[in-house]
Design a binder for this molecule. Structure first.
Ligand code: ADP
Length: 465
């Protein structure tokens, strides 16, 4: 597998790429558009000042106010009326304009639609020996009591090349600082993320031994708390499974040993005492051998389910026929044992299922119904009933029932309510977890209704074809 770079490196690279992108964007905007921004703002500013001043002309304190406006906006203002003219602010560009130029400007403004005009890049030369200057001039023409008045506002255009180059050199320093800060930030962030991951990774090496210790992990966020909890739970499950496996092995060996002892004992007896060679004794050997065979079959099934998903051979099946056949299987045994076994059928329906597997489920249910019942008047019902849009197939017994707290667990592999091992009449007793796997594979809803000391009713629901 290709080796991946560490989370820390990835985080640094991602953050650096992000910051570099951001810095380039700001750099581009600053150096490319700064000049345009500056010019647009300057023009807007002198236009606004010009319009404001036009409203002030004629006021008694006009001189003072206009002077103030000129100073605070760093512009030059000149108001011309009937050739009488005033200039405001110190070294004002407009002060030196001769009458001819002013008249030229006034004529141009008079020809515009709303009597105002912006002259950009106006070449202005204060004296013949001086270098001409580029200025913006905004001029507005209006009348007060038939007197013609023109307000002119101007501002010099400062070349921004020097500013831009200052920004560029400052930029290098800023970029350096930001990059260094980003690396530090990425390292701090990665510490928060990487440290708990490393701790969890180290601890999880003990998981297979069931020795994961959540206390050795110091989670830095809720997600790590959750991951840690999940692994603590998995660890508990592993320990539980380990314990249950040992228990199961003990039980299975017991189940294997009992029939084997009987087979060997009866075999030897028949060999040594020819008069004991009768049908009854031989049937004991056959029955015990059958029990062994069932046990081995169940063990093979359960080990298969660990490795591959159950493969089903589904076919439309006559439910009543299936239930009747299961009933007949137990009929003789129950009659001999004085057990009241009943068959209770609902509508004749067909459902799609793997008959062999479902038969196995039903055998498990019936075996349990026989095993967990110490009452004198044992009663078992194998049946089906309509349940909404489904048909419920069930095995009912009036046996010892199941405590509510155990109801959820009895389907778990290895779970036994009664920890004391008992010898079952038929089957191995790994039953319900096997039944659960088979019913899940079919996609059938399944469950149990029970009341401790009174009854149990194990069921699953099939859909009629
Ligand atoms: P086992 O029979 O070997 O214990 P199962 O998986 O068949 O294994 O059953 C799990 C547990 O569920 C049993 O130990 C038993 O306590 C309980 N149980 C199953 N069927 C019944 C029943 N019909 N009545 C009462 N308890 C039952």
């Amino acid at each position: 597998m290709k080796r991946k770079s560490s989370l820390r490196v990835q985080l640094v690279v991602i953050l650096l790429a992000f910051v570099a992108g951001l810095l380039s964007l700001v750099y581009f905007v600053q150096t490319t558009f700064l000049d345009d921004f500056y010019k647009t703002n300057k023009i807007k500013s002198i236009e606004n000042v010009g319009r404001d001043v036009a409203t002030l002309v004629g006021d008694s304190d006009m001189d003072e106010t206009i002077e103030h406006v000129a100073m605070s906006n760093e512009v030059c203002i000149r108001v011309v009326s009937n050739n009488e003219s005033y200039s405001y602010t110190g070294a004002c560009t407009l002060r030196g304009l001769d009458n001819m130029t002013i008249n030229r400007i006034a004529n141009e403004v008079a020809n515009t639609e709303n009597s105002e005009k912006l002259f950009d890049n106006f070449h202005y030369q204060r004296r013949p020996d001086e270098k001409p200057e580029d200025v913006y001039i905004f001029a507005k023409l209006f009348e007060i009591n038939t007197e013609k008045v023109m307000v002119m506002v101007s501002s010099g255009i400062t070349p921004l090349n020097a500013t831009i180059s200052t920004i560029k050199s400052q930029y290098l320093i800023i970029a350096g600082v930001v990059v260094a800060m980003t690396i530090v930030l990425a390292l701090i962030l990665s510490r928060f993320i990487v440290k708990p991951i490393k701790q969890i990774n180290n601890e999880s090496k003990n998981l297979s031994k069931g020795a994961y210790d959540g206390n050795n992990v110091k989670p830095s966020s809720e997600e790590f708390v959750q991951l840690n909890t999940t692994l603590i739970n998995a660890n508990e499950d592993i320990l539980k499974a380990e314990k249950a496996k040992k228990e199961l092995l003990g039980n299975v060996s017991h189940d294997l040993r009992t029939p084997l002892t009987m087979i060997v004992g009866y075999g030897e007896m028949i060999r040594d005492l020819p008069e004991e060679n009768n049908e009854e004794n031989i049937n004991v050997i056959i029955d015990e051998a059958k029990r062994l065979s069932t046990l081995v079959d169940d063990l093979i099934d359960i080990s298969k389910m660990d490795s591959i998903s159950v493969e089903l051979d589904r076919k439309p099946s006559d439910i009543n026929q299936l239930l009747t056949s299961v009933y007949h299987q137990y009929e003789l045994y129950c009659r001999n044992q004085g057990i009241d076994l009943k068959l209770q059928l609902s509508d004749a329906i067909e459902a799609e299922l793997d008959e062999k597997r479902i038969r196995q489920v039903l055998y498990n249910f019936v075996n349990n119904a026989l095993n967990y019942n110490d009452k004198a008047d044992k009663q078992i019902i194998i049946g089906s009933e309509k349940n909404g849009e489904f048909y419920r197939i069930f095995v009912y017994d009036n046996g010892e029932g199941i405590d509510e707290k155990d109801l959820k667990n009895i389907w778990d592999r290895y779970y036994k309510v009664d920890k004391q091992h008992r010898r079952h009449h038929i089957g191995s007793g790994i039953g319900l977890s096997l039944a659960k796997e088979l019913l899940l594979a079919h996609g059938f809803n399944y469950g149990v209704d029970s009341k401790k000391g009174e009854y149990s009713k194990f069921y699953f629901d099939v859909k009629a074809l």
